[in-house]
Design a protein around this ligand. Structure first.
Ligand code: HEC
Length: 107
């Protein structure tokens, strides 16, 4: 566990080493991170491949996804057709921000 965290810190530091950042955080907002990593397949919170797996509240709830942790779990272990985002690609801090953004931005 400690080693995993250290790797994340090093990875984040290599990307943007300005110091004082929390573990796994790039300093970007949830919206910026979403636009960078997710909006290609989820434009405006939709789903360009499977509309029944969109990111609006109603669809998420229908698919049993209600919390930040639920969304983070999908980023770490998605179903078919979605890119997998491990901790090296998106640290826990950033993953949380993206999930919070999804839950507040798309109604
Ligand atoms: C390459 C295209 C692609 C990218 C990039 C992508 N997704 Fe997905 N996403 C999908 C597909 C396809 C599904 C449907 C399959 C599934 O449930 O995993 C999906 C499903 C989801 C679901 C479940 C939605 C539901 O209603 O059940 C969530 C939440 C989600 N994606 C979040 C994200 C987040 C957050 C990112 C960015 C970090 C992201 N996705 C990036 C293609 C993508």
């Amino acid at each position: 566990m400690a080693r995993g965290a250290a790797i994340v810190v090093i990875a984040v530091c290599m990307m943007s080493c300005s110091g004082g950042m929390e573990r796994g955080e790039s300093g970007l907002s949830g919206e910026e991170l979403f636009l960078r990593h997710c909006s290609g397949c989820h434009p405006d919170g939709g789903n360009s491949k499977y509309p029944l797996k969109s990111l609006d509240h109603f669809t998420l709830a229908a698919n049993g996804i209600r919390t930040v942790d639920d969304i983070m779990a999908i980023m770490r272990h998605p179903d078919q057709g979605m890119t997998r985002f491990d901790r090296r690609t998106i640290g826990d801090g950033d993953a949380r921000k993206i999930a919070e953004y999804i839950l507040t931005a798309f109604k």
